[in-house]
Design a binder for this molecule. Sequence first.
Ligand code: HEM
Length: 470
Amino acid sequence: MVITLLYVLIFLLTLLLFHLVKMRSEVPRKRAKLPPGSMGWPYIGETLQLYSQDPNTFFASKQQRYGEIFKTHILGYPCVMLARPEAAKFVLVTQAHLFKPTYPKSKERLIGPSALFFNQGDYHIRLRKLVQGSLSLDAIRNLVADIEAVAVSASSSWSSGQMINTFHEMKKYSFEVGILAIFGHLEACLREELKNNYSIVDKGYNSLPTNIPGTPYKKALLAREKLSKILSDIVSERKEKKLVENDLLGCLLNSKDDKGEVLRDDQIADNIIGVLFAAQDTTASVMTWIVKYLHDEPKLLEAVKAEQMEIRRLNEENNQPLTWRQTRNMPISYKVVLESLRMASIISFTFREAVADVEYKGYLIPKGWKVMPLFRNIHHNPEFFTDPQKFDPSRFEVAPKPNTFMPFGSGIHACPGNELAKLEILIMVHHLVTNFGWEIVGSESGIQYGPFPVPRNGLPARFWRESITC
Ligand code: HEM
């Protein structure tokens, strides 16, 4: 009898303890409530609503209905979306340690798990220093002549009178510039091999992840293996010849951690593929938008042309190529680049995952939920950018308010390639307006997501050489 009573007592005490612990762990949940919003259907949530229309319409209508922080459920995950600059700063900068980067596993498999953007902590800091260093102003100022040569070569076929897909052509250019920043001058046959295999990987990024032979994803996985082999051969050759270069590969090869350990070949390969992935479609989409915006605004095109023709006139007079200093003094063209980055907001949002229950402005962001700072909504908010749908580069005569303009993200994962991206875009603009005229083919307007927003069908266009006298 006593023993039974003792058991009951122990049971009741355990129950009480369990409740106390549970109540303690629920304290933040009770105090803070989930943000407003709807979670849609079980499992699929609101994924169909998001992807069956222009995603911007989805975000904008949610923001209108629920305000600047709202919950939803997409791609199998509960999410909190944030459309205020200070909320983006909270997630990406001040409380960045509470939110980790998160990408679909299928993408991580193709790029490689050691790539910069999948990582956090000491490894991320080490890798970031290397990537940032090789893409710093000091490093890229020596690339102007080479990038200009790439622009000339990439556009050499444009004036044949044939219609071209502007986005595809810009992708060829941004890929070559990426190769230049990573390897410096690379043998033509190796470049071809990298290009051919990378283009197969590229097709896999947005395809259904399956191991079934013959599918784009499976082909991409096989091409990714070949890329590892090619990269490992390039690395071996550099090591054998004891070549010390200060391109990205050189920086990766020379790096040693505090224990004197060098990076493994797979870590080097993952980061090279990662940089190519981060550099190609992003920059190409922005350049495609610039071709469209300048086409649609003839007066602006004239102003950009006048600025660039003056540079060309000077260079022809002095028999010199485009210089770094000139690329830093193109005020009209530079504002066109900034306004295109704002208008097109090609990275419309980014994903993070809460690593703990987080409270923000009285709302709970539960551990494990995805968090999405919505860059495009911020860039298109009339509170920060008057008449936001108007393409108006002159708005950048005044610097935007802090945290309202984040085309390259913010905080510890902000884009280390932003200066290179702007440089290669300006060089392309210089080359484009001083050599070519163009018309857009077809009357179809609209946006296509792949996943970055690009004018429909990649902006089919016809280019011709203009016989321009300076
Ligand atoms: C107009 C072109 C570009 C845009 C709009 C852009 C935008 C961005 C954004 C928004 C992020 C941060 C993503 C996040 O926080 O989740 C990012 C990260 C990154 N970008 Fe760019 N990018 C561009 C071009 C480039 C280029 C040319 C390179 C390299 C040559 C590059 C390399 C990277 C890398 C390596 C990261 C990951 C950084 C990290 O996780 O620490 N990007 N980019």
